[in-house]
Design a protein around this ligand. Sequence first.
Ligand code: NAD
Ligand code: DAU
Length: 349
Amino acid sequence: MKNIIITGGAGFIGSHLVRLMVNKYPEYRIINLDTLTYAGNLANLKDIEDKPNYVFEKADICDFEAVNTLFTHYRPDGVIHLAAESHVDRSIKDPFAFARTNVLGTLNLLQAAKLAWEGKMAGKVFYHVSTDEVYGSLEAGGGFFSEETKYDPHSPYSASKASSDHFVRAYHDTYGLPVKISNCSNNYGSYQFPEKLIPLFINNIRHNKPLPVYGKGENVRDWLFVEDHAGAIDLIFHQGKVGDTYNIGGFNEWKNIDLIRVLIRVTDRLLGRPEGSSEKLITYVTDRAGHDLRYAIDSSKLHKELGWSPSLQFEEGIEKTVKWYLENQEWLDQVTSGVYRDYYQKMYE
Ligand code: NAD
Ligand code: DAU
């Protein structure tokens, strides 16, 4: 049995990836290494937690001894690293937390992998999951991010992710660690913590709460259904070239305000309200500091080399997503209550 460590497997994207890998590869033991911050929730994995090829290990990637002990114990054949602080607004409030987890945490994992694999790197893979935000910001209508685009991060979050990407490449170039990196655009779908735009707004529409649109709502994001991201990670992990970077995105750009109007229409309809009636909840608020204007990913390398394309049209993905949040109010209440709520409120006081 091959041992694959997935870090951050209790989070949004990580839980979709763990589910995919556990169900698709009974010959792999999937070890979910997660410290369960406010964003990590084992309820995300209820349906697979009893599978014989799934193990959960509660550990903090910032704790080198803990990470190294797990690597020594499991001798992993592969690592897929998603654990991170992931919310840009939080990074503006507490940049140190982002440097710790995203930079130091990644370095700890790289070092543990290097020690575990020294002299036997062949066939091993250290896959680092990164973001398109490392490339900076594009002008409206001004091209796409390719794998060759120069790094130009602006927020503490994207600076920490860029730094972690550099460490991953440094371990490849210096020590021969067999690494792969992907940089993906904005994900949407089930199990996303409701601080991010889409789940926050669906929940607020349902409860008739204001929808805080930053600035004029003119910023553009490139949206990909989370299960398509998980599928791309699976493909790159197995078939991508060691040492290479792959951009992942669905050529699906939306201006925030246009996306919000779509969300309002779909949510109103599914709640049995007149479509568009919740537009009255739109509230323009102070812009995010250093708000990147536009992200747009060119994923043609992934398409040409590995044959990947997204499986879902955006309209279908949004419909599924809104339905999921409306049918899973209990999940939303759980992740925003108790310890989760305490942590969340402290951040925003
Ligand atoms: P998330 O915030 O939903 O989940 C992060 C997970 O990491 C949680 O389960 C959390 O408990 C865990 N974690 C955090 N700190 C940890 C630590 N010190 N030790 C162990 N576990 C820790 O994040 P997400 O949106 O699922 O993003 C996952 C990865 O994908 C991140 O690396 C992020 O940068 C990247 N990414 C996200 C998006 C997106 O749109 N969400 C897009 C591209 C790339
Ligand atoms: O591009 C990939 C990145 O996408 C990931 O690396 C990050 O982990 C992920 O959080 C996401 O970052 P964004 O900052 O783009 O996502 P967020 O959902 O926070 O915001 C999306 C857009 O909506 C952004 O332009 C800010 C705006 N926004 C967001 C919130 C939460 C609002 O206008 N109002 C809000 O309340």
